[in-house]
Write a protein that binds this ligand. Sequence first.
Ligand SMILES: [Zn+2]
Length: 94
Amino acid sequence: MVDKYTHDLGRKGARWEEVKRLVFATQTHCWRCGRYVDQSLPPNDRMSRTVGHVVALADGGRPLDLDNLRLEHRSCNSKAGRAMQARLRRSESL
Ligand SMILES: [Zn+2]
């Protein structure tokens, strides 16, 4: 699926691990909901940390540019992902 491919693009490799570490080390709050992110939570927790893109990759956002990366909750990330999928589906049906 094209959307899934775009989403995963840039989310792997040594450079991605590096920028992810930098985001985790320098940011403390989720940029989507503004609340504190507890970085000690296990990865399967809904409120655990993850890194999101300010400009979505599907919109041409740069996947490995620190300026385009923000700390966010896993749940906030998946909510945004679903909104993006819905928006793409709408634009495809036009
Ligand atoms: Zn959040």
